[in-house]
Design a protein around this ligand. Sequence first.
Ligand code: SF4
Length: 293
Amino acid sequence: MEVITITPRGYCKGVVNAIEIAKRTRKQHPHDKITILGMLVHNRFVVEALQKYQIYSVDTDKKTRYELLDEIDEGYVIFTAHGVSERVVNKAKAKGLKIVDATCEYVSFIHTLIKEKLDEGYTIGYIGKKHHPESEAVLEISDKVHLIETEDDLTFTNEKLFFTNQTTLSSYQTAALYESIARKYPHALISNEICSATRCRQQAVMKLERADAFIVVGDPKSHNTQKLAQLAQNKADHVFCVENLEALLKEDLHAFQKVAVTSGASTPTKITQQIIHYLQTEEIIPLKTEDVI
Ligand code: SF4
């Protein structure tokens, strides 16, 4: 079997930074309670590895970050790479929690940009995914920030319009939506803020000529992993989105001559390496929970 390893793939700068911040907080405060508001990154193996450091997450799809804060009563709270709104920051402060902010710099930049445009009198159209923590934080900035998921949401009548987006969307689908926006609102300002890590990983998938099968390694909850898997469908008839080697071993890959591998920005490097090594040699490198971060 020929194994094509797509580059770049895996951990982005924002994820590496968030994990380092969490580990450093534990080192500096060995006896304090440390809780992550949500999943530090969307990967359950990272969450499990952090538990080995006595760092726990509160997370459920049904609650917002603001509501989840009710479950943290003491110690340090870590805000994830996806960012939080000022409302969440203020509630954490009011509860007497010590704040550690692991928001990715690309996300912080979007918050600053939107606040600037609101001050200038713009109404904001934000392309994003409903209930995703990154969108949730941005939508809480002001009721003048409106979520756009499809063209049907383009119902603005305002004069001054500013459009931007979530960092981890498909750069191809977002570009198509921006074309519609530019046609419908020719005077609107547009700032495409798909982060460079997301864009480069997607472009690398699209550069591949063709493979018999494409393996995308990542957590099914990870938005950027989902987008890579969608793009991979253009390049192979068989796409397997798997969270680890155990999941891949359930698939029958023997019929494939040429297999491509990539991974989402929140996928631990060691998990992807273990899969690539297995595909190349059929050997399994043992991996302990704490080894993945
Ligand atoms: S995917 Fe992009 S925005 Fe999200 S943490 Fe990574 S670098 Fe930051």
